[in-house]
Design a protein around this ligand. Structure first.
Ligand code: BGC
Length: 418
C-alpha cells in the first residue's frame, strides 16, 4: 500500500505522486519531419496549422511550470532527430530538445520521454514503416543514441499505444499509411513493434542503469451495448481479451525476459459494442442520441469514470509493475464537462490507490489543443486552449488547469467547491 502522506486536505494521493500533462510531437510541433508532414485531416488541416509548439515551446513550458505540475510527458520527433536509418542525431533539433529538458528540470518537472507516438520518420515510411524487417533495429538504434544524448532522463516510454497504432494504420485505415482491412499487416507491424520495444528497452537500460523503461497502452472499457445479446456479449469479451490482455502481455515480456519497468495507462472512456462496431460519437452516434440513452459523451467517446479504477485494479492483478495514467482527457469546448471529467477520473485514481494499486502518476491529455490525427483541429483537449485562427496562435488557460494545479499543490483531489 503506497505511503499516502504529504497531502493537505481533500482526497490524498501517495507522497511523490507525479502530476502532469502529456503531448506528442507530430500533434503539436508543426514543421514535422515525420510522415505526417503535409497530411490533410478531414477538416482540411495539416499539422502545420496546429499550435506551432516548435517555435513557441518556451511559453508553453513556462505555462506548465507556472501551474506547479511536477511531470511532463514529452515526445521526441524521431524523423526530425534522425535524418536516415542509423544516422547520428541532428545537432540543431537535439540541442533544442536538450534545452527543453533542461528547462523542465530547472522547474523541477520530471520528464517522461516518448520515443514513438504514431508517426514514423518520412524515410522510414517510404521504406515500409513498421512492416520493414529492419524497423526494430532502426528503432533500437534511435533509442540508444537518444539515451546517450539526453542526460538526466529517468522515465522512457518506447511506444505509445502500439495496438491502437497497428489497428488504425492497417485495419481501420485512419492513421498513415491508411491501409484498410489488412489484419495480416497489422500483425506484422505489431510483431516488429514488440521486437523494437524489447531491443530499445535493452539499449536504454544498458546505457543508463537508473532508467525506467515502459510503454503506454490504451484501455477502453469494452462492454456489451445490449447486455442480453450474445453477439454484443461475445464481441466485447473478445475485444477485452485481445485488445486489453493480449495487447499488453506482449510488451511486458519478450522471449521469457521482462522488458518493461512500468506500464502507462491511457484511458478516455468506455466503448460499448453493438455487433461488430462500437457505439460512440466517432462511430456515427450523435451525442444527442447517446444523451437520450443516459450516456455522457464528449466530441469523441462515451465517458465512464467509474471503470477507470476497475481497469487499474484488473491490470494490477496481472502485473506488479508500477502504473501511471499517461493520458486521460476530454475533447470538448464545454469547460464544466472538462472540469467534471478531470475530477471524476482523479477520484477513480484515488479509488484504485485505495484498493492497493501501485499508481504513481497522472498525466492529463493534453497540455494544449493539438492536431488530432485524422480529426484535425476540431477536437479540443487542451488545458491551454489555442486560437488556431489567429496568426500568433494565442493560448488561454482553461478552468480544468486550475483544478489540476490545485491537486498538484495539495497532492490530493481538492474537495468539490473548494
Ligand atoms: C493518443 C493521442 C490522441 C488521443 C485522443 C490517444 O489514443 O495517444 O495521440 O490525441 O488518444 O484521441
Amino acid at each position: 500500500m503506497p505511503d499516502r502522506s504529504g497531502s493537505t486536505g481533500g482526497l490524498p494521493f501517495p507522497a511523490g505522486f507525479y502530476w502532469g500533462c502529456a503531448t506528442s510531437p507530430a500533434q503539436i510541433e508543426g514543421a514535422t519531419a515525420s510522415e505526417y508532414a503535409g497530411f490533410r485531416a478531414r477538416d482540411g488541416a495539416t499539422p502545420d496549422d496546429g499550435p506551432d509548439h516548435w517555435t513557441r515551446w518556451e511559453d508553453d513550458l513556462q505555462a506548465l511550470g507556472d501551474l506547479g505540475l511536477n511531470a511532463y510527458r514529452i515526445g521526441l520527433d524521431w524523423g526530425r532527430l534522425q535524418p536516415a536509418p542509423g544516422a547520428a542525431l541532428a545537432a540543431e533539433p537535439l540541442a533544442q530538445y536538450r534545452e527543453m529538458l533542461a528547462r523542465l528540470r530547472a522547474r523541477r518537472v520530471e520528464p517522461f520521454v516518448t520515443l514513438f507516438h504514431f508517426a514514423c520518420p518520412a524515410w522510414m515510411a517510404e521504406a515500409g514503416g513498421w512492416l520493414h524487417r529492419d524497423a526494430p533495429a532502426w528503432f533500437a538504434d534511435f533509442a540508444r543514441r537518444t539515451a546517450d544524448a539526453c542526460d538526466g532522463v529517468r522515465y522512457w516510454i518506447t511506444h505509445n499505444e502500439p495496438v491502437v497504432y497497428a489497428l488504425m494504420a492497417y485495419i481501420i485505415g485512419e492513421f498513415l499509411p491508411c491501409r484498410r482491412h489488412r489484419p495480416d499487416l497489422a500483425l506484422r507491424a505489431l510483431r516488429h513493434l514488440r521486437r523494437g520495444h524489447a531491443q530499445a528497452y535493452a539499449a536504454i537500460r544498458a546505457r543508463r542503469a537508473e532508467a525506467r523503461v515502459g510503454f503506454t497502452k490504451h484501455f477502453k472499457g469494452f462492454q456489451p451495448f445490449r447486455r442480453w445479446h450474445p453477439v454484443d456479449v461475445t464481441t466485447s469479451w473478445l475485444a477485452r481479451l485481445l485488445f486489453d490482455r493480449w495487447g499488453t502481455a506482449g510488451f511486458l515480456h519478450h522471449r521469457g525476459r521482462q522488458v518493461c519497468d512500468f506500464v502507462g495507462v491511457n484511458y478516455y472512456g468506455r466503448m460499448r459494442m453493438k455487433g461488430l462496431s462500437g457505439v460512440s460519437p466517432l462511430t456515427g452516434w450523435s451525442p444527442e442520441t447517446l444523451a437520450r440513452m443516459g450516456a455522457v459523451c464528449d466530441d469523441m467517446w462515451e465517458q465512464d469514470p467509474r471503470w477507470l479504477a476497475d481497469c487499474l485494479a484488473e491490470l494490477a492483478e496481472r502485473t506488479e509493475l508500477p502504473l501511471y495514467i499517461t493520458e486521460n482527457g476530454v475533447a470538448t469546448l464545454n469547460e464544466d464537462l472538462r472540469t467534471h471529467y478531470l475530477r471524476e477520473h482523479l477520484r477513480g485514481c484515488a479509488d484504485a490507490i485505495g484498493r492497493g494499486v501501485a499508481l504513481h502518476g497522472f498525466f492529463y491529455w493534453s497540455l494544449l489543443d493539438n492536431f488530432e490525427w485524422s480529426e484535425g483541429l476540431s477536437k479540443r483537449f487542451g488545458l491551454l486552449g489555442v486560437d488556431f485562427g489567429h496568426p500568433d496562435k494565442p493560448r488561454t488557460l482553461r478552468p480544468a488547469a486550475h483544478l489540476l494545479a490545485d491537486a498538484a499543490r495539495r497532492n490530493a483531489l481538492p474537495p468539490a467547491g473548494d
